[in-house]
Design a protein around this ligand. Structure first.
Ligand code: C5P
Length: 307
């Protein structure tokens, strides 16, 4: 009963987290205040750090708030099992790439288009679940995946020639789309790989998350210095941060925690369906609040106010 509750609570929190992250991230990337814009690579690192700290606190709580027990678990499970820990470098590296691509996508696409396109990851996740975990999917499940893909194609379809022209000349939609497509493949693979590790071994989900996060932090820092090294030297790691940036960072860290719980108590395929619920929410909010998306139909045109 308790596990049943955890499964649906974690799925519910995931819908809330995905919707708020996408809207806040899009808003924070397009809102141009005074001074330099915050570095996406630095936000990825901050989120990773926050996630590790929270997981350490959760392990501490699970061991009756004993520093000695915490120390023992971390030493035994992480430091003394280097090969086990190293396995997490694979999903971690892929997630870091994906987290950076997400910013590229949201700097080039409106929130709802991004969100709908990214749901293609349901298909990649299903394919990886079938091939790596030996899952079986029923006809209705495959059918719903296909319907989702049709929805994705419809949203992307240019609704008139002027819009098509705009896309060709800016090229920004294309860059955004490519970023999302690569992220769909990485999301499917990394999610299923993490699920396999979580369900085939006994370690706590929070310890696994710390292992994942430590590599994420290392890869993320490499990303900062490779892509934004000069800018960091000039204006610092936290240039352009404001309350909105910290909200994005906190939501992204929360995402890591909730996703780990969902993968443990439910599975990656259910996770995909939960996040697609957030399409409906972010489409509605984007339409009424951010006003950068009009749903496509035969009679109405999709408008994109890209920056
Ligand atoms: O889009 P997708 O569901 O694949 O996104 C997964 C997100 O959750 C990534 O940002 C990844 O870094 C994060 N994550 C995490 N900890 C986990 C699993 C995923 O932070 N255990």
């Amino acid at each position: 009963m308790f596990i049943f509750l955890l499964k649906y609570v974690s799925l519910g929190v995931l819908v809330f987290q995905t919707t708020s992250l996408v809207l806040t991230m899009r808003y924070s990337r397009t809102l141009q205040g005074e001074g330099p814009r915050y570095l996406a690579s630095s936000a990825v690192v901050s989120a990773e750090l926050l996630k590790i700290l929270t997981c350490v606190l959760l392990v501490y709580k699970d061991h009756s708030f004993s520093i000695r027990a915490l120390n023992n678990v971390l030493t035994q499970e992480i430091i003394n099992k280097p090969m086990d820990t190293l396995k997490l470098a694979i999903p971690s590296g892929i997630y870091t790439l994906q987290n950076n691509l997400l910013y590229v996508a949201l700097s080039n696409l409106d929130a709802a288009t991004y969100q709908v396109t990214y749901q293609l990851k349901i298909l990649t996740t299903a394919l990886f679940s079938v091939s790596m975990l030996g899952r079986r999917l029923g006809v209705y499940q495959w059918l719903s995946l296909l319907i989702l893909m049709a929805g994705v194609a419809l949203v992307q379809w240019p609704s008139d020639s002027s819009q098509a022209h705009e896309q060709l000349t800016t090229g920004s939609q294309f860059v955004g789309l490519m970023a999302v497509l690569v992220a769909c493949c990485s999301s499917g693979f990394a999610g299923v790989y993490f699920e396999k590790i979580l369900k085939e071994t006994k370690q706590s989900v929070w310890v696994r998350n710390i292992q994942l996060g430590v590599f994420g932090l290392v890869f993320g820092l490499m990303g900062v210095f490779v892509y934004d090294g000069n800018r960091v030297r000039e204006y610092g790691m936290f240039q352009g941060y404001n309350h909105l940036t910290w909200t994005v960072v906190a939501l992204q860290a929360l995402g890591g925690l909730v996703i780990a719980a969902v993968i443990k108590y439910a599975d990656n395929i259910l996770k995909g369906f939960a996040t697609s619920l957030s399409i409906i929410l972010s489409t509605l909010i984007s339409y009424f609040w951010l006003q950068d998306f009009e749903p496509t139909s035969v009679i109405s045109h999709k408008s994109c106010s890209l920056t």
